[in-house]
Design a protein around this ligand. Structure first.
Ligand SMILES: [Zn+2]
Length: 118
């Protein structure tokens, strides 16, 4: 339960959720950050990313590298859709979660649009 004064003055509350119960933390967020002192309050500009992060090793897991990997994966999944639509293969469809931004290719117009985007 948040403090009554928090509700009155519109203070932000911590965005962390309990691993055990799934309920939000409800402590007041520290000044300039999204979470409370218990849940690692840091200002967004002080959070180190990319090569500045102390755990940076090879750069294969940076946000940029993951986005590029996702784009390649999405493109491959859509090429597979196009191959099935054109009757180029009878192989089983690949399983699993599709990449973000994926949409199923179901018509020739979408194949042309996909090829224009490459
Ligand atoms: Zn918290």
């Amino acid at each position: 339960m948040p403090l009554p004064s928090m509700r009155l003055h519109g203070a932000k509350s911590c965005t962390a959720k309990s691993k055990r119960t799934g309920l939000p933390c409800n402590n007041p967020a520290a000044y300039g950050s999204r979470s409370c002192k218990v849940h690692g309050a840091r200002k967004a500009k002080s959070i180190k990313r990319g090569e500045q992060h102390p755990n940076f090793v090879h750069g294969g897991r940076t946000l940029q590298a993951q986005a590029e990997q996702s784009a390649v994966s999405r493109r491959l999944q859509q090429i597979e859709d196009a191959m099935h639509l054109l009757g180029m293969t009878t192989a089983k469809r690949s399983r699993g979660r599709k990449a973000s931004g994926y949409y199923k290719i179901t018509s020739m117009d979408e194949i042309k649009r996909m090829l224009d985007g490459m």
